[in-house]
Design a binder for this molecule. Structure first.
Ligand code: NAD
Length: 486
């Protein structure tokens, strides 16, 4: 049985209390690791180590030296690619192809991209006129925030955690990471990588545990944490924002979504079906950017529903390393219960189940896994529960629409504002619609096409702030202005 320890000041350590919790496999519910649960003591130690590194060796490094080390981190992740793929598959139960094509390469890229960003960002300066005519020069510098608390979720654990650790370190901060209790493995491996390439002790620390009354809360309330970056549920974000208010700490939040996909009758039909299929069902629907509300222009509505159903029918459930399978379980029994309760509620509120709606029959060795069927509904009112709340499972509701203004109104009728997809061959219409949808990112004739240099984040209750490219510097650094009288 694998033992997963906290990583504090360059050492793997068990919690002083001796407390630990089980990590279970999503595919068959076996206990696959024992994880040491960090208490207040370990959180204090991790924050103190991060502070000492920030004030010490790491803080004394030039930007070039940090950049060199972050490139080495990315290269070491790539060298240990198979270890990261195996760990991420064990943690999430998702198909190997998702890990090898997206989750692990993106984890490595997150270190190189932000190393490049920090190398190339200019500072502003202004020539200022003064009453005596001699003038003044204003220029700005960027300084790191200090010790950054990173709280990350389970749905794409390595990618989402490194998306924060990469820029935080590139900017010269040190970090204490609390990964999700559901997915501790790749964060632990990253500690080995940091030591292997010579990142100084205390720069990167990991504390494992839960959220409320546990590690997450101890970290976010810790007075020596200067800023908190969080990805997860909007409700959790609210609790963390309250914690950050103590001491007026800055927050960056990437939260939930209830994203709309809009398919016009003139779209490339096959591409739209494929795009909506991926955006609704990839990673078993556990993607914040996923589409849970689909609006299809009426002339192609029936054909679209039939085509999406036929793609879902071909899903093959199985273990991550089963080459014949292309579909994984949900992360846990707890999440399975939540998703199934939404499935039940949808039917109670009048949904027509086009396909799915329950738990698939699985062979005996997988029967205890957190499996649910990918599900398509039609016929729900716009105020039905699954039209308003994020399910975060493999499901979507498809509704017809008749005109552009109507679909814009429907897409915006949500408390969330993360992303949308628009499918049309009329680019003027696409621009018009994109300009009116209240979200952080709109994809036209595509989905999840990410350029890490672009701004990423949510509007409304889907987030606060933007990360990505130079936008990450807004959160991971502070700008100082220096004014010289000439
Ligand atoms: P979650 O909010 O339950 O947990 C996220 C992390 O917060 C975990 O590490 C958890 O232990 C910790 N946590 C929970 N309560 C806490 C507290 N009170 N104080 C401190 N830490 C606490 O989210 P999840 O279920 O892991 O992830 C799924 C959610 O994340 C979905 O809502 C999804 O949309 C969202 N998400 C958003 C993005 C984005 O970029 N906007 C990306 C991925 C996931």
């Amino acid at each position: 049985m694998q033992q997963i320890k906290n990583f504090i000041n360059g050492e793997f350590v068990n919690a002083e209390s001796g407390k630990s919790f089980d990590k279970r496999s999503p595919t068959d519910n076996r206990v696959i690791a024992q994880v040491s649960e960090a208490g207040r003591t370990e959180v204090d130690q991790a924050v103190a180590a991060a502070r000492a590194a920030y004030n010490g060796e790491w803080g004394s490094y030039s930007m070039e030296k940090r950049v060199e080390l972050l490139y080495a981190v990315a290269d070491e992740i790539t060298r240990r690619f198979d270890d990261f793929v195996a760990a991420e598959m064990a943690d999430t139960g998702q198909p190997k192809a998702v890990m090898t094509h997206a989750f692990v390469p993106r984890g490595a890229a997150n270190f190189k991209v932000f190393a490049d960003v920090i190398k190339n960002v200019p500072n502003e300066s202004f020539q200022t006129t003064t009453p005596d005519g001699k003038g003044a020069l204003n220029y700005s510098t960027r300084v790191p925030k200090g010790v950054v608390g990173v709280i990350s979720p389970w749905n794409a654990p390595f990618l989402l955690m490194t998306w924060k650790v990469g820029p935080a370190l590139a900017c010269g901060n040190t970090v204490v990471v609390k990964p999700s209790e559901e997915t501790p493995m790749t964060t632990a491996l990253l500690g080995e990588v940091m030591n292997a390439v010579g990142i100084p002790k205390g720069v990167f620390n990991v504390v494992h545990g839960f959220g409320p009354d546990s590690t997450g809360e101890f970290l976010t309330h810790h007075p020596d944490v200067d800023a908190i970056t969080f990805t997860g549920e909007t409700r959790t974000g609210t609790a963390i924002m309250k914690a950050a208010a103590e001491g007026m700490r800055d927050v960056s939040f990437e939260l939930g979504g209830k994203n709309a996909g809009i398919v016009f009758a003139d779209s490339n039909f096959d591409e739209a079906v494929e795009g909506i299929y991926r955006s609704s069902f990839l990673n078993s629907g556990q993607v914040c950017l996923g589409t849970e509300r689909v609006y299809v222009e009426r002339p192609i509505f029936d054909k679209f529903v039939a085509a999406l159903k036929s793609k879902v029918e071909k899903v093959k459930f199985g273990r991550p390393d089963d080459a014949a399978a292309n579909y994984g379980p949900l992360i846990s029994h707890e999440h399975q219960g939540k998703v199934l309760s939404y499935y039940k509620k949808a039917v109670e509120e009048g949904a027509t189940v086009v396909i799915g709606g329950g738990v698939p029959d699985m062979p005996a060795d997988l029967a205890d896994g957190a499996w649910v069927e990918p599900t398509i509904w039609t016929g729900l009112a716009e105020d039905a529960t699954v039209m308003k709340e994020e399910v975060f499972g493999p499901c979507c509701h498809i509704a017809p629409f008749d005109d552009e203004q109507e679909v814009i109104r429907l897409a915006n009728d949500t408390a969330y504002g993360l992303s949308t997809t628009v499918w049309t061959t009329d680019l003027t219409c696409a621009h018009r619609v994109a300009s009116k949808i209240e979200v952080g990112i709109t994809w036209i004739n595509s989905w999840f096409l990410r350029d890490l240099r672009t701004a990423f984040g949510g509007s409304k209750q889907s987030g606060i702030g933007r990360e990505g490219g130079v936008h990450s510097l807004e959160f991971y650094t502070e700008t100082r202005n220096i004014c010289i009288k000439l």
